[in-house]
Ligand binder design. Structure first.
Ligand code: HAM
Length: 426
């Protein structure tokens, strides 16, 4: 027997109400904040991610699903959205539109990671981006979008982690002092950190190894090295957050796993979504456009994993609306009655009334049991006797009462009963 590939999962019909609830909340937020949907391809040129996300990151070095297509081009299943969305912004000359261009999207993301609870090789992201504006108020708008989305879903106990990692003017100075500091503590840190020291020093602050924690705690902090512009930007971000009364934790160790970030970075942490704790994350990425060959274009955004949100909804026992079943079920006995049933459900569906037909040749009792399980409001029963008399027996499943209606009027009569009032009146 085949199984879904490691790190992927099937989303069964009974799981869909969670997705529907989350997607409805996202659409509501997009409407409130003025973000429009946009979609990009599932694969892009490999070099887009190598240049955008950055060599030396885990994503580019270890996690990309890269393949050569039959024409010899190297393509990669998107390991994140932001680089592709910036590519599309540049390709379509979206800088000529009113700025910032505010978009969101939802879809599958692929990373070859070690699968565990809440960590998959295919996951789904909602991604929200605002491109073409450097105003710190926009950073706070993105954070507010995330915060309100989570709060409308009903999540509690979340923690907003915030940091600034500077810009190409001030970060090199900071990275230099960090590297100098780590060289003095080389022997104390894990082998991974010795590698990071050469390849991606900022990620040293992100190490989870026990032995590295004291070294990280005493490491130089980026806030002391921020240039005046980055300091001012960060002060305004925090000032706006304070004004909104939005709680946050200043986390000088928060550096994120993608190279394109500048200035503001943030993550939203939760308990109960597996070994890792990031429900969502993002930040400002003013250098990405140039890294992929475009003009300087400031931008900020965030992304959130839908599967982790579903895990948290289950963990916090949050309510989701069940998918409604059709209110009518037609149960038949015999070939002629089945033919009449085929026409009846067709007539109801054509009028916009949900109806199901009981298939196969099961006993009437079995068909009524099916109706009961499906939560049908009315079962329309047609057997040989009903056919002979040109009628249908209609059972109200809530009261158990049964009445007989002529086949000629049953479509009209039951449509009127199950359709919402305004549709009937209108
Ligand atoms: P990221 O932090 O790599 O950021 O991913 C965003 C979110 O996707 C995570 O917080 C997590 O919820 C979810 N996620 C990531 N990897 C996995 C996985 N293997 N399994 C399940 N869920 C996962 C980005 O991707 C940036 N592009 C966000 C961004 C947008 N920054 C600016 N704009």
């Amino acid at each position: 027997m085949y199984q879904a590939p490691r790190g992927t999962q099937d989303v069964l019909p009974e799981d869909q109400p969670y997705l529907a609830t989350i997607e409805a909340a996202i659409r509501r937020m997009a409407g409130l904040y003025g973000y429009r949907r946009m979609d990009t391809p599932i694969f892009e040129a490999t070099s887009l991610f190598v240049r955008g996300v950055g060599e030396g990151t885990d994503i580019v070095d270890k996690e990309m699903y890269t393949f050569e297509d039959k024409g010899g081009d190297s393509l990669t299943l998107r390991p994140e959205y932001t680089a592709g969305i910036m590519r599309a912004y540049l390709e379509h000359g979206m800088h000529t539109r009113p700025q910032p261009v505010k978009v969101y999207t939802i879809g599958p993301i692929f990373r070859y990671e070690r699968p565990q609870a809440g960590r998959f090789r295919q996951h789904t992201q909602v991604d929200v981006e605002a491109i073409g504006e450097s105003d710190p108020a926009l950073d706070v708008e993105i954070m507010s979008f995330a915060a309100q989305l989570y709060s409308e879903l009903g999540f509690t106990g979340l923690s907003f982690q915030v940091n600034s990692i500077g810009c190409p003017v001030c970060r090199p100075g900071y990275v230099h002092s960090l590297v100098q500091y780590y060289q003095q503590h080389r022997e104390a840190v894990c082998p991974d950190c010795r590698r990071r020291l050469a390849r991606n020093p900022l990620r040293l602050l992100d190490c989870k190894e026990e032995r590295c924690q004291p070294v990280i705690e005493a490491a130089p902090r980026v806030e002391h090295d921020l240039c005046p512009e980055c300091s001012r930007h960060f002060a305004l971000v925090l000032n706006y957050l304070d004004r909104l009364g939005r709680p946050y934790v200043l986390n000088h160790r928060l550096v994120r796993g993608l190279d394109y970030y500048t200035r503001t970075v943030f993550e939203v942490w939760a308990q109960g979504i597996g070994a890792q704790n990031a429900l969502g994350g993002g930040g400002r990425y003013d250098g990405l456009a140039q890294a992929i060959g475009g003009p300087h274009t400031p931008a900020v955004g965030f992304a959130s994993g839908i599967e982790r949100a579903v895990l948290l909804m289950r963990e916090q026992e949050l309510a989701v609306a069940a998918t409604p079943e059709p209110p009518l079920l037609v149960a038949t006995q015999g070939d002629e009655a089945k033919a009449a049933g085929v026409s009846l459900v067709n007539a109801w569906r054509g009028r916009g009334v949900g109806a199901g037909l009981s298939f196969g040749e099961r006993s009437l009792r079995a068909q009524l049991r099916q109706a009961n399980r499906a939560g049908s409001r009315y079962v329309v029963i047609i057997g040989p006797e009903e056919m002979a008399a040109g009628v249908a027996a209609v059972r109200d499943m809530a009261s158990g009462e049964q009445e007989t209606l002529p086949l000629a009027v049953v479509v009209e009569a039951l449509s009127a009963r199950v359709q919402p009032t305004q549709e009937r009146d209108g």
